[in-house]
Design a protein around this ligand. Structure first.
Ligand code: AMP
Length: 221
């Protein structure tokens, strides 16, 4: 079944786009960022270990994130497709993913880079607010809630993610450039890289992504 990884700098819209896309396409959605935040919230050993890297805007060590992926792959029914959001983020992760997918009888069909210029990323991340109950996402100017600081869906308070603070955002962008960007060359060399412009408003990006997935479905049918 289809396995797709969505890559891109923080703020490019990976989460916004991928979650509904996975639902529409019947793919299992797996965000390593979400899994790590859940682990922190639940106070698991993984969460305790990961928290200080995430708070600093650094990547969590490869072996920890790999375990998240391996256990997800183990629990995934063979007939289910998979949409990975934010994994792999290093060359080492890209290499180990090939091994882990192979062991699960799968392979990566496509890596989709959703890209956008830095000034846009900074504006999006610094204005992002998330609800404290379910992670519903807003933007103070681009998609504000009906009542400032309150989630439309569940009425919980909206907060800024710690790692969306300005100094941490700069660090995350730098980490992306040095450690994650090389992953795109890795997939380009394997002829599975596709690039989508993440600059326009979400509905335009959504249409471009849907068209790409349609093309991929045609190729893999
Ligand atoms: P995200 O929600 O995808 O922006 O991820 C938030 C944070 O989780 C990142 O800044 C990293 O600290 C950590 N993280 C998420 N995915 C990975 C990964 N594949 N490798 C290492 N760290 C990760």
């Amino acid at each position: 079944m289809t396995v797709i990884s969505v890559l891109g700098p923080p703020g490019a819209g990976k989460g916004t786009q991928c979650r509904p896309l996975a639902t529409r396409r019947g793919l299992t959605y797996l965000s390593t960022g979400d899994a790590l935040r859940r682990a922190i919230h639940d106070g698991t050993p993984l969460g305790v270990h990961a928290a200080r890297y995430m708070a600093a805007g650094d990547l969590v060590p490869d072996r920890l994130v790999r375990e998240v992926i391996r256990s997800a792959l183990l629990g995934l029914p063979a007939e289910d497709g998979l949409l990975l959001d934010g994994y792999p983020r290093t060359l080492e992760q890209a290499e180990s993913l090939e091994v882990d997918l192979d062991q699960a009888g799968r392979r990566l069909d496509a890596a989709v880079l959703v890209d956008a210029p830095d000034h846009l990323l900074v504006a999006r991340l610094s204005g992002r607010r998330v609800c404290t109950v379910a992670g519903h996402t807003y933007h103070v100017s681009a998609s504000p809630p009906r009542q400032a600081g309150v989630c439309d869906d569940d009425g919980s308070p909206l907060v800024q993610r710690d790692d969306d603070a300005p100094a941490v955002v700069m660090r995350r962008l730098q980490t992306y450039r040095t450690r994650t960007r090389p992953v795109t060359a890795f997939y380009e060399a394997r002829n599975v890289l596709h690039t989508i412009d993440g600059s326009p408003e979400p509905s335009v990006v959504e249409t471009a992504l849907a068209a790409l997935l349609d093309r991929l479905d045609g190729v893999h049918a």
